[in-house]
Design a protein around this ligand. Structure first.
Ligand code: UFG
Length: 336
C-alpha cells in the first residue's frame, strides 16, 4: 500500500483528503502543527510538527517510506493576510521551501499542492481558465502563486512531479466530525448567524452580477478531496506537471446560497445588505475543462448537497433554534 504524507491533514480540507486516500486504498500519514487543526479528526498516524522543521520532515518521509506529499499546511484567510503579510509569506512560502528541501534530501518527488482561485484576482469574463492571467490582489493569493512558481522551478531543476490544485469555494462536510469549524466563509457565517439568532449579512448587492450579490463557484469538500486522489494518479507519469482549477464550473450568488440554507434548514432567513467587503471580486467561476480532460474528474455534488451536508453537521454539533413551522422562507423576518 502506498503511503502519502498529508501536511495539514488535521484541518478541514486535509481531514477529508485523508478519508479519500483511505477509500482509495492508500495509507495516509498526517503532519500538522495543530495551529488550527483538530487531532480528533485525523484517525491515522499523526506527527505534530511544522513543515519547516526539515529534520522532522526528513525523518518522517524516511520512517514511513512516503511516496509523495499532499501539502495543505498553510494559512488561508484573505483578510488576515492583508494585516499580517509577513506571517503569510513565512508560513505559505518559506515553510513550503523548507518542505521541498526535505523532500529533495530524501528523494520524494511527487507533490500535490493546495493552491487557490485567489491567484487570479479580479476576473473578467464568465469563467476563468488556468492559462488566464494571474494577478492576485492580496498577500494570501500572492503566496499561493509564489508557491506554484517555486514548485514549477523545482520541477524543472530536480524532476519533481506536481499537481497544483486551485481550489474555488469549498463548502460542506463528509461527516459531522469533519465539518468546517472556521467562521470566515459564507456558509459557516450564515450558520453562525442562525445560531446567534441574528440575520446573515450580504456584503454588497450593487456588484455587476444578475442579482447584485457576488457570484462564486462552490465545491463540495468531498469532491475536492477526491480530486487529490485523482491528481495522485496523474503523477504516475515522469515529468508530470499540472495546474488545475477545482470547482463545479457554475456560479451561485450570495443570495442564492443564503436561500439554499433557508430551504435546506427550513429556517426562513432575512439577510441584511451591508457594505461591500474590500477586495471581493464580483464573480469567480472556474472553467473545469482542463481538470476533467486531465484527471477524468468532475464534481458530483451540487449546491444543495453541499449546504445539506454543512447543515446536518451543524445539527449534530450545535444547538440551533427550532425550525420554523413552515419551510417556506418567503417574506418572513422571524430569524431577525
Ligand atoms: N459573504 C457575504 N457575507 C458573509 C460572508 C461572505 O456576503 O457573511 C460573501 C463574500 O462577500 C463573497 C462570498 O460571500 O462574495 C464568498 O465569500 P467567502 O468568504 O466564503 O469566500 P471568498 O470567495 O471571499 O474566498 C474564498 C476562499 C479564499 C480564496 C478565495 C478564492 O475563502 O481562501 O475563495 O477565490 F482565496
Amino acid at each position: 500500500m502506498t503511503t502519502w504524507l498529508v501536511a495539514g491533514g488535521a484541518g478541514y480540507i486535509g481531514a477529508h483528503v485523508v478519508r479519500s486516500l483511505q477509500a482509495a486504498g492508500a495509507q495516509p500519514v498526517v503532519l500538522d502543527d495543530l495551529s488550527t487543526g483538530d487531532p480528533l479528526r485525523v484517525g491515522v498516524p499523526l506527527i505534530k510538527g511544522d513543515i519547516a522543521d526539515t529534520e522532522l520532515v526528513v525523518d518522517t518521509l524516511r520512517r514511513y517510506q512516503v511516496a509523495g506529499v499532499i501539502q495543505l499546511a498553510a494559512d488561508k484567510q484573505v483578510e488576515q493576510s492583508m494585516r499580517q503579510p509577513l506571517t503569510y509569506y513565512r508560513r505559505n512560502v518559506v515553510n513550503l521551501l523548507q518542505l521541498l528541501t526535505a523532500m529533495q534530501e530524501v528523494g520524494v518527488a511527487k507533490l500535490v499542492f493546495s493552491s487557490s482561485a485567489a491567484v487570479y484576482g479580479m476576473i473578467e469574463g464568465d469563467d476563468v481558465r488556468e492559462s488566464d492571467e494571474t494577478a492576485p490582489i492580496n498577500p494570501y493569493g500572492e503566496t499561493k502563486l509564489i508557491g506554484e512558481w517555486l514548485i514549477q522551478d523545482q520541477a524543472r531543476a530536480a524532476g519533481l512531479r506536481y499537481a497544483a490544485l486551485r481550489y474555488f469555494n469549498v463548502v460542506g462536510a463528509g461527516s459531522s466530525e469533519l465539518a468546517d469549524h472556521g467562521r470566515t466563509n459564507l456558509v459557516p457565517m450564515v450558520l453562525d448567524a442562525m445560531r446567534r439568532k441574528a440575520r446573515p449579512v450580504i456584503f454588497g448587492d450593487d456588484h455587476p452580477t444578475p442579482d447584485g450579490t457576488c457570484v462564486r463557484d462552490y465545491i463540495h469538500v468531498s469532491d475536492l478531496a477526491d480530486a487529490h486522489v485523482a491528481a495522485i494518479g496523474a503523477l504516475a507519469q515522469p515529468g508530470a506537471s499540472h495546474v488545475l482549477n477545482v470547482g463545479c464550473g457554475r456560479g451561485y450568488s450570495v443570495r442564492e446560497v443564503i436561500d439554499m440554507v433557508a430551504q435546506v434548514s427550513g429556517h426562513p432567513l432575512d439577510p441584511i445588505v451591508g457594505d461591500r467587503r474590500p477586495g471581493d471580486p464580483a464573480s469567480v467561476v472556474a472553467n473545469t475543462d482542463l481538470i476533467s480532460a486531465t484527471l477524468g474528474w468532475r464534481a458530483r455534488h451540487d449546491l444543495r448537497d453541499m449546504v445539506r451536508s454543512a447543515w446536518e453537521a451543524e445539527l449534530r454539533t450545535a444547538s440551533l433554534p427550532s425550525p420554523a413551522p413552515s419551510p417556506d422562507a418567503s417574506g418572513s423576518t422571524s430569524e431577525g
